[in-house]
Design a protein around this ligand. Structure first.
Ligand SMILES: NC(=O)c1ccc[n+]([C@@H]2O[C@H](COP(=O)([O-])OP(=O)(O)OC[C@H]3O[C@@H](n4cnc5c(N)ncnc54)[C@H](O)[C@@H]3O)[C@@H](O)[C@H]2O)c1
Length: 341
């Protein structure tokens, strides 16, 4: 067992849903590493960790969004380099992965390399560095590998399911975490994220596409009547859970982190229209659904971590719109005047 892990009952991260982590002033001598910290979710995890007083080391070839964190531009497949960066860290949040299903579809070999071998590289580097707990970014999409309609963290995986290769890489990553516990007594936590939205999200996700089209004055097109519902989780809510997951109770546990408010695509489009104004919403022919509707229980995260989503959908969308407006202002400021139109 690691001697300096987040698991040693040292009192870190025991806040209960107050939105500020434990905020107990432990200094930058307590370092957590984060792979993929320069991506959409990772950037918010960094903000939440900094707010809670943790020192943060970002392991990502791309520079992070803020300069007051320690950035090491390394590839997670470079295990030797990782070992050096993980020595003395209390935990490593492992977010670096290929997460775009279309990119994965186009290059499945690369996706398996980055997601499965990459996770092994992080687990093994943490083992060799005798670092703290590995906290894996997984997804509620792993329930595509289960049979149930109402699912929770104890629902077993089944091999006989139709699923995306992305799901398989995440199931494999979760199992590797478990294997490192069994074989090497290495502690882990798995966080299964719902569908996140918010500032800095990828342009290809539906909420981003709606904002971008609406802000260009283009109509929002919905397949079918838009009544199909999804749960979305505001990314800052998701990020806050990472601080709570450093608590000893989360050692060797898996948590679903999903939104609690069903949102239809129609409701999302209407919310964008209310914020941006003067936008037409059109409805086209329906397409077959990609996801089987499931109810994902989040009771465990509530009961053990004290985590419940705090930002209602309308408020999360308002904050996201504000970010788009600021980003447009920043972009306009660096463009020559003739290109601003
Ligand atoms: N965005 C979602 O909808 C969603 C939902 C559920 C789970 N997840 C999971 O959350 C994690 C983060 O997702 P995201 O949306 O922030 O992704 P993202 O694509 O925005 O960020 C990924 C980051 O990983 C970095 N990276 C890529 N290859 C790397 C490598 N070889 N070494 C080090 N860093 C590397 C990239 O530079 C990028 O900064 C992923 O593991 C993803 O599978 C995402």
């Amino acid at each position: 067992m690691s001697t300096n892990g987040a698991s040693n009952g040292n009192g870190h991260g025991n806040g209960h849903g107050n939105g500020h982590g434990n905020g107990n002033g432990h200094g930058s001598d307590k370092i957590v590493a984060i792979t993929g910290g320069s991506g959409f979710i990772g950037s918010h995890v960094i903000d939440a960790l900094c707010l809670a007083g943790w020192g943060v080391r970002v392991l990502d070839p791309v520079a992070p969004h803020r300069s007051d964190v320690d950035w090491r531009p390394i590839d997670i497949l470079d295990t030797e380099a990782l070992v050096g960066e993980l020595v003395g860290t209390t935990a490593v949040f492992h977010l670096a992965a290929s997460a775009d299903v279309n990119v994965i579809h186009g290059d499945p070999r690369r996706a398996v390399e980055l997601n499965v071998l990459g996770t092994t590289s992080v687990l093994d580097a943490a083992r060799r560095a005798d670092a703290g707990r590995v906290v894996l970014a997984s997804t509620v999409w792993v329930y595509a590998a289960t049979e149930g309609d109402i699912v929770d963290e104890s629902t077993p995986f089944s091999p006989d399911t139709n699923r995306h290769l992305y799901v398989t890489t995440k199931v494999a990553s979760e199992m590797l975490c478990r294997d490192y516990l069994t074989l090497y007594q290495r502690p882990y936590t798995v966080l299964r994220y719902g569908i996140p939205y918010g500032p800095r999200m990828r342009d290809s996700v539906v909420a981003a596409a709606f904002f971008r089209r609406a802000m260009r004055g283009e109509p929002l097109t919905i397949d079918g009547d838009g009544s199909q519902e999804r749960f979305f989780v505001y990314v800052e809510d998701l990020a806050r859970a990472h601080v709570l997951a450093l608590a000893p109770v989360a050692e060797n546990r898996t948590y679903n982190l999903d939104g609690d408010q069903p949102v239809s695509i129609r409701m999302m489009a209407e919310t964008v229209r209310e914020l941006v104004g003067d936008v037409t919403v059109t409805y086209g022919p329906s397409r077959p659904g990609d996801l089987r509707a499931r109810v994902v229980r989040t009771d465990r995260a509530r009961d053990e971590l004290g985590w419940v989503p705090q930002i209602p959908f309308e408020e999360g969308m308002r904050r996201t719109y504000e970010w788009y407006l600021e980003r447009d202002v920043r972009t306009a400021a660096v463009l020559p005047v003739r290109d601003r139109a």
